[in-house]
Design a protein around this ligand. Structure first.
Ligand SMILES: Nc1nc2c(c(=O)[nH]1)N[C@H]1C(S)=C(S)[C@@H](COP(=O)(O)O)O[C@H]1N2
Ligand SMILES: [Mo]
Length: 260
């Protein structure tokens, strides 16, 4: 027997383990709370129509719920609604570091040799130098970064509006996805509506200084409308596509839309 929220749900121990594993796959805290409150193994089988004796079918059903959830979040996303901004006095110091490895393994990218590669549904694919990115109009934001691991912090990022950049290079704005490949082999992807959101920034600076290596030098994508894992650091390549590109954490069960 196990306590899920305030309700007691009795499940066989093997089933309980399976359910616990399945629920773990749902990373978004609000949805996880919902699933834990409302789902028992029996309920899950009613909801999904699959036999609960089969872990794969539970996983598949949860994936279907997860991709349904992506579509709902996509529809609910308001491209004009701005995330909160904060006074500089509220910046979290020191700002936390996070990656799928420790801080002693941070990638050192050579800014002079670095070229931002563009591919997919983009008219002008000439690679970008850091110098050329710095010559585009720059803007600042003081916003809150929220990580699913249970912390959040306010920081200040500066750089180029991603919507401005995408229009500048002739990206097909009717495409579904924008994907990112990073110098540390991390990868992620976002929906076009979020790519074009006015606060989505190709960040070149942190707190008024060139982005330090730990925060993603030479360039990261900063989106106050998305959870931390959707904000790729050390970006090496950007591609525009209609084929679902997934992501490093997303492919391990974190929700793809990842709104915050
Ligand atoms: N290239 C790359 N980008 C990444 C990650 C990573 O491991 N590699 N981790 C993500 C996660 S989970 C978080 S919370 C933020 C942390 O960013 P910060 O170090 O600026 O706090 O980066 C995101 N982007
Ligand atoms: Mo994170």
């Amino acid at each position: 027997m196990k306590l899920f929220g305030k309700r007691e749900i009795v499940v066989a121990s093997e089933g309980e383990q399976m359910l616990a594993d399945a629920v773990k796959r749902i990373a978004q805290p609000s949805r996880r709370a919902f699933m834990q409150r409302s789902v028992s193994l029996g309920g899950l089988s009613l909801l999904t129509g699959c036999s609960t004796g089969d872990e794969d079918s539970i996983s598949a059903a949860l994936s279907r719920i997860d991709s349904f959830n992506d579509r709902v979040q996509g529809v609910l996303f308001d491209p004009t609604q701005l995330a909160p901004t904060y006074p500089e006095s509220m910046i979290t110091r020191p700002f936390p570091f996070n990656a799928y490895y420790g801080e002693d393994e941070v990638r050192e990218v050579d800014g002079d040799a670095w070229r931002l590669e563009l591919s997919g549904m983009v008219a002008q694919r000439k690679p970008w130098t850091l110098e050329r990115l710095r010559a585009l109009p720059q803007q600042d934001q003081v916003t809150r970064h929220i990580c699913v691991e249970g912390w959040s912090a306010i920081g200040k990022w500066g750089g180029v509006s991603f919507g401005h950049f995408l229009r500048h290079v002739g990206a097909d704005l009717s495409a579904k996805y924008v994907g990112f490949k990073c110098a540390d082999d991390y990868y992620t992807s976002i929906d076009m509506a979020t790519a074009l959101h006015p606060q989505t920034l190709m960040a070149l600076t942190y707190d008024g200084q060139p982005l330090p290596p730990r925060y993603g030098f030479p360039m990261k994508l900063r989106m106050p409308t998305k959870l931390g894992y959707k904000n790729p650091k050390h970006i090496q390549a950007i591609f525009v596509t209609n084929t679902y590109p997934g992501g490093y954490w997303e492919n391990q069960g974190y929700n793809w839309f990842g709104g915050s």
